[in-house]
Design a protein around this ligand. Structure first.
Ligand SMILES: [Fe+2]
Length: 287
């Protein structure tokens, strides 16, 4: 089965959102949507999400799933907004509970913040499957970047989130709480054991030295041959040393604090105060 994949790129956060649809039907799934957020003013807007809504309505698609590859640290999810407009169930990895536990503490959320994943409609585990119309999706648990990262394999297309990036850019960072470069190595081997012709759709692209255009689609075969961090059978020792050294040089993503607070709630803002106002926290010297 070869699903049709529509990519929508958000240049502000370098995120690729996907609409995956049946080749001969109307069912679709949305993967990794973006709610636009201006950090300086604290304002949200729905330009990116509305582009998804417009595409789905113009193609007369039926949204069955709104999937997250993981709790993103660099953009807010538009899942609840899209669900209200289009329907569909919001899914994420079952290890979201680990992420909720970690960041529930960082943001001192207290007992009203549930850490059982109940904000989501579906928690997926390794080996689970689901359907988008007639198309079957299979779930790979691919931790390392975060504990809850999933790869969704739908027909011949693998949506790998932040594990592998384009071959000339390499792999995702592993230095967030609960991350592990050794774990990411093993997860990537899982992805690379799919057939060589499997299409890989990455969660971000930042261009790469010598490449002026954004790109997000590659294959398992290309990754095995060309990935600058892990291709040509790189050993786990070599990978871990490279990844950890590189991560030590990386700054925190610009939107990490708002993103985590919202995304660990399945894209919902924290509860309103008595006036109906919403606030995000800025923990000092915690991350
Ligand atoms: Fe990420």
């Amino acid at each position: 089965m070869t699903p049709f994949v529509k990519a929508l790129f958000d240049e502000n956060t370098f995120t690729v959102s996907y609409v995956v649809r049946e080749p001969d039907g109307h069912a679709c799934a949305i993967i990794d949507s973006v709610l636009d957020f201006d950090h300086a003013s604290g304002r949200t807007n729905t330009t990116s999400a509305d582009a998804i809504v417009e595409y789905i309505r113009s193609e007369e698609l039926k949204t069955e799933w709104i999937l997250e590859s993981h709790v993103h640290a660099d953009h807010l999810s538009a899942a609840p907004y899209l669900q209200e407009k289009l329907g569909g169930k919001i899914g994420i990895g079952a290890n979201i509970t680990v992420v909720q536990d970690t960041f529930g503490k960082v943001f001192n959320e207290g007992t009203e913040f549930q850490r059982d994943g109940s904000q989501f409609d579906q928690l997926f585990r390794q080996g689970d499957s689901f359907f988008v119309g007639q198309m079957r999706g299979d779930v790979l648990h691919t931790p390392g970047h975060t504990p809850a990262c999933l790869t969704y394999v739908i027909g011949d297309a693998a949506f790998v989130g932040d594990t592998l990036f384009m071959p000339d850019f390499g792999t995702a960072r592993c230095d967030f709480p609960g991350g592990s470069s050794a774990m990411l190595y093993d997860s990537i081997q899982k992805i690379l054991s799919l057939p060589d012709e499997t299409r890989i759709f990455v969660g971000h692209d930042y261009k790469a030295p010598g490449r002026d255009e954004y790109a997000w689609e590659t294959t398992v075969g290309e990754q095995k041959a060309l990935n600058i961090h892990i291709g040509q059978g790189r050993s786990i020792e070599e990978f871990v040393q490279m990844r950890d050294a590189r991560d030590a040089t990386l700054a925190m993503p610009r939107l990490i604090l708002p993103s985590l607070q919202v995304n660990m709630r399945a894209g919902q803002m924290p509860p309103e105060d008595e006036q109906g106002d919403v606030f995000l926290k800025l923990p000092v010297n915690k991350l």
